[in-house]
Design a protein. Sequence first.
Length: 391
Amino acid sequence: MTYIPSKMRYSQDIEAFSTDEVITDKYWYDGKPIYRTVYNMGGIGTNTSASAAHGISNLDTIVNIKGIAERGDGNGTLSLPYINPTGASAFQYDILIDNYPSTHIRIITGTSQSISGTMVTLEYTKTTDSTGTIPAWTYPSGSGYIDAYSTDEFKTNKYYYNGKPIYKKIVDFGALPNSTRKQVTAGITGEGFDRIINITGFASRSDSGAGFPIPHSTTSSSNNVLVQFVSSTDDIRIETATDWSVYDDTIIFIEYTKTSSPTGDIPESAPRGDGIIYKTTEVDTGDKWIDGKPIYRKVVDIGNISTGGAYVNTMHGISDLDTVIGLRAFGKRGDSNGYQTIPYIHPSSFSSFNNCCLIDIYPQTTIRIIPGSIFSLDNVFAIIEYTKTTD
């Protein structure tokens, strides 16, 4: 049996995912270190609200909450939250994940969706740590051994598949809107912006600490929260169908490349701290899953998604696939007016599901993207992280 040492700072060699609390090599924008814990939520039946106490002492700010689940029929993997875009009745297949109440992790399944195994990853800061300045030797060059979240641009130690370094920043979005659209300046287009790699977020209530990840979908109505980047105005846009303004502390994470960075070769291997690599061939990330197995990463070129709602199936080409740790995708809007991540949720009405998009692994050999009838994206790439049966 392989053991991962608990409560260690993995700053120079590996990043660990453990069911014990781990101090990561990441820092929040206020200078506090970020912790991580993985939870095994097990199987969850249809039309069920499953809740488990996270057991975190001195919890301060939730930085990220995400999940991965095995389909109840055993024929693939779902990334949480899970949204089906094919019609109003498709809400019965959705899966919600949030932090409600603030002491718990909650998962709600639709009336026709069950999952046989669910792993949830929670990243957070703690009240017992002091705020301060992110160490100067890691900011803003990104060449050190730690990772930072800052409202200023930060050059990460990640590389995109074309060799360009990946930058990131966080945007303080404030309160979510009340049944409308709200835009907050991202401040990245003036820095030679090239393309979006990832855009996600987390919304919290200052009165209770409860919150949920963004994008967000419910399982019974159109009460969803959408996020996208509008490149023409350099804005983060969030749209809601109902009043979510009680969630008054919202942070958006955005990762991107820059036109000023040349393309080139990515080192075949790089120790953690020298480069986190995204390639269209398999990469050993150097990170470890809860069972001690190494985590691999691969970028899969999906191509374009055309309107019409046709499923897009792409073989991922991974041999000996064991556990999927993460799955997401992104692409450029067909009107060239911004980027969107997948899963993509439109909150305005039931009928707006024709402008949503789902991603999953179904069957086990294939990355499947299900777009709504009027959804389209160009230059779509999927990123999958996983372990292997051979390790």
